[in-house]
Ligand binder design. Structure first.
Ligand SMILES: Cc1ncc(COP(=O)(O)O)c(C=O)c1O
Length: 420
């Protein structure tokens, strides 16, 4: 999709069908914003944008304005917005069986599980299906504590693992851990990339090390291969399980299906969510097979995990990732984008792998991100590094799309004062 034709034209019949089913929808950004702001508990600091259509890397708002979505629907639109194969699978499954839980077997869940385990690193071919990243991390934390009989968990300073209480325990960004919340104890946080600090924190009473192999919210950067190899060795030495939180990095975003391939390290568990079902809520824990065999019925479970709609979306997403070789595209297109960005005045460096790109500016990123939104480009800021713009684009991004917006960034950087 070139980014020229209004999506509202192509999607007109869908708008009509939706209104026939639901009644009339609020029509313009101001009305939509007013209703949501009046009635929704605040969550994120929203962009002043109300999206109604999406296709590939493009989205369109209620007023007909188009945006290049380099934020990837919050790192979720791995296969692009409304990939035809994912949409076709969802439409068909929605008319067949909307839901039944894990109390019964399901053909489409069986297919999803088969495809997922086909993508998993060798040895991690058992899966627990749930509905979000936080839920996947909760399940992983329970499993490692139960299996080892140890309570202590070591994670990284400035890490993010979700907003439920167990996942918050492992989250190293202090601002999320409000004293009002009864967060489980026995968590310790060490600086990412610091082998000595990790070695000092590990002992024979630690259940697990949990980390985002590439931190995102805390500031995108990548520790050297030797760090991960030593981490694996230290974990093995102390009988500590290793959990990679690949909620953002998984399923090809970094240029490999999972991060461990970059450094020759296989963790004991991988948690994933975000793009695994292209936007239908879904989370996955990949579990070492011998550990999975020890899980008893009743220890893990969730009503919605692996439901038929989510499973149809997972099965279709997995097939698209493989058939379109999206990890290779992410590596190629992300590399081209970074080379072009590094030539810009105002960009000090770039960081990340594939299409998880941090753009380190010589000034605060927030006004630049706001300027990009106004100019029709959605990108993310970064809690842990105020000078970083985060790119979490669909892995279907073309090279033209990856490069086409850069003149807009250059113009904004020229127009914005360097702040000391
Ligand atoms: C690395 C990481 N882990 C966990 C989560 C939590 O995922 P969810 O919002 O689906 O609960 C996120 C969300 O941004 C994340 O980036």
């Amino acid at each position: 999709m070139s980014g020229d034709a209004p999506l509202s034209e192509a999607h007109g019949p869908l708008d009509d069908a939706l209104e026939a089913a639901l009644g009339s929808l609020p029509r313009d950004t101001a009305t939509i914003q007013a209703i949501e702001d009046a009635s929704q508990v605040p969550t994120y600091a929203k962009y002043p944008v109300a999206l109604v259509h999406g296709e590939g890397a493009w989205v369109e708002d209620a007023d007909g304005k188009r945006y290049l979505d380099l934020y990837g629907g919050h790192a979720v639109a791995l296969t692009g917005h409304c990939h035809p194969r994912v949409v076709a699978a969802l439409r068909a499954q929605a008319g067949r069986l909307l839901f039944y839980s894990n109390m019964v077997y399901s053909d489409v869940r069986a297919l999803a599980v088969e495809r997922l385990t086909g993508l998993a690193p060798e040895g991690l071919r058992s899966v627990f299906l749930c509905s979000s990243g936080a839920e996947a991390n909760e399940a992983a934390l329970k499993l490692v504590r139960k299996h080892t009989g140890r309570m202590r968990v070591v994670s990284m300073q400035e890490s993010f693992h979700g907003r439920t209480l167990g996942a918050l325990g492992a989250t190293g960004i202090p601002s999320y851990r409000d004293p009002a919340y009864p967060i489980p104890t026995q968590h310790e946080y060490v600086p990412y990339g610091d082998t000595d600090a990790l070695a000092s924190a590990l002992s024979d009473d630690v259940a697990a090390v949990m980390l985002e192999p590439i931190p995102s919210m805390g500031g995108i950067r990548v520790a050297p291969e030797a760090y991960f190899r030593e981490m694996r060795r230290l974990c093995d030495e102390h009988g500590v399980l290793l959990i990679f939180d690949e909620v953002q990095t998984g399923f090809g975003r970094t240029g490999r299906m999972f991060f461990g391939e970059h450094v020759g390290v296989t963790p004991d568990l991988i948690t994933a969510a975000k793009g695994v079902a292209s936007g239908v809520p879904a989370g996955v824990v990949f579990v070492r097979e011998d550990l999975a065999k020890q899980v008893q019925v009743g220890e893990q479970g969730t009503t919605f995990g692996g439901g038929p709609l989510a499973s149809a979306a997972i099965a279709a997403t997995s097939a698209v990732i493989v058939d379109e070789d999206l990890p290779a595209n992410a590596e190629r297109v992300g590399g081209a984008m970074r080379t072009a960005l590094e030539a810009l005045a105002g960009v000090e460096s770039t960081a990340g792998l594939g299409l998880l790109v941090g753009i380190n500016l010589d000034r605060p990123a927030k006004p630049v991100v706001r300027g990009l939104v106004a100019a029709g480009v959605l990108a993310g800021g970064c809690g842990g590094n105020p000078n970083q713009i985060r790119i979490l684009a669909p892995l279907t991004l073309t090279e033209d799309e990856a490069l086409g917006w850069i003149p807009k960034l250059a113009a904004l950087l020229q127009a914005t004062e360097v702040s000391s």
